[in-house]
Design a protein around this ligand. Structure first.
Ligand code: SIN
Length: 279
């Protein structure tokens, strides 16, 4: 396999690999090393059954838990991320976020496999949270050390959240509930368990405060950090085609599903892998 970096700082296409074939331990190790280096890996032209998608995903860990959204009856660890062409409600994933960061052990990685994609649009954008941390001043790094972010699903899946009420017209079966108001603390700066590098661990959708601070104090700090994290030189963007599989590291990237393909259908299959308590 060969790697084609997508930007100067992160994300790469992985060329000359067929994921439908059983992979040798050596190839899995090469992919793990590439994942640690690039944080977002893009595999093109893959023809995969859901079983093959699951089998590939399980080379990198065990399944994570998918709350609030109904997964496939036939494959309980696979979520169909579907938007029909006539749909117009809020788009799943369309806000900067790191998957399920409100969980005690948020997922390490997500794999998303494109089956039907719009002729243009529907890209997924990513930010590099190592770079976001590394480019802060030493004074800001010292200030953030030891602080904990408050993460909650309430803005998305709480009773008053974006997806709080079940929408029978949505092709994804999303059921918000009271459990979404729960809060979970995670360090604002975490250390990656594989690379040992520090990154900012915040996101627009689920980071709702800083532990111990009044909202009037934490909001401008979070707003600064979030704006800082999505400067153009810290981002990359993947254009989908049928058969594209993208795997990203939720510990060190935020992502965003771009809502610009009204009138077109987009069908993807998503697997999340279990992570660890962020430290
Ligand atoms: C997600 O947030 O996992 C969905 C991303 C996408 O649909 O591009």
């Amino acid at each position: 396999m060969h790697l084609l970096p997508l930007t100067g700082s992160f994300a790469a296409e992985v060329l000359e690999i067929n994921l439908a074939q059983p992979l040798t331990g050596k190839v899995v190790d090469q992919i793990k090393a590439a994942f640690a280096d690039h944080m977002v890996l893009v595999f093109r032209d893959q023809v995969l059954t859901l079983e093959e998608l699951e089998s590939f995903a399980l080379s990198f860990g065990s399944y994570g838990e998918t709350p609030f959204i109904k997964t496939l009856d036939s494959h309980p660890n696979v979520l169909r991320v579907l938007r029909e062409k006539e749909e117009s409600g809020p788009l799943f994933g369309s806000g900067w976020h790191s998957d399920w960061s409100f969980q005690v052990e948020p997922p390490s990685a997500t794999l998303l496999y494109g089956v039907e994609v719009p002729p243009a649009g529907g890209d997924t954008a990513f930010t590099n949270q190592y770079l976001a941390y590394e480019t802060l001043s030493d004074v800001m790094k010292d200030f953030l050390r030891g602080l904990q972010g408050v993460h909650s699903a309430r803005r998305s899946y709480g009773p008053n959240g974006t997806f709080g009420r079940h929408d029978p017209k949505s092709s994804m079966e999303i059921h918000g509930d009271e459990k979404a108001v729960k809060e979970q603390l995670h360090p604002l700066v975490r250390t990656h368990p594989v690379t040992g590098k520090k990154s900012l661990f915040i996101n627009d959708v689920y980071t709702v405060g800083i532990h111990g601070m009044h909202a009037a104090e934490s909001s401008p700090i979070l707003e600064f950090l979030l704006q800082h994290s999505r400067q153009i030189q810290m981002t990359s963007r993947v254009r989908w085609a049928p058969g594209t599989l993208v795997m990203w590291d939720n510990r060190v990237v935020q992502h965003f599903a771009v809502d610009d393909y009204a009138g077109h259908r987009r069908e993807m299959y998503r697997v999340t892998l279990a992570g660890e308590v962020p430290v």
